[in-house]
Unconditional design. Sequence first.
Length: 101
Amino acid sequence: MTIAGSVVRVDLMSYSVTERDANNQPVLAFRQRLIFPVAAFANSVELMQKALAGLVEAGTVRRAADLQAVRTEPVAEGTADTDRRGAAPPVARRNASSNFP
């Protein structure tokens, strides 16, 4: 992301399917550029925060701090490591997409 005066440029990248570095890891490749006036960028950030809050409230997404709390809560001896619905607690893991390092 670059901010120059009143313009914000966001370069969208993804890992290349065909190009590899010396360690045989996929290299980042430029895909698209979004160009916003600063005010529009600020508005889009606000909208994304509201969307994220809705996803968190619906239980679709959990914040990293919430996942840390789940992992550190003690489990009583002799009880199953499940929540009240009987589901195992979520395991914090990285995004499975190759587009996110």
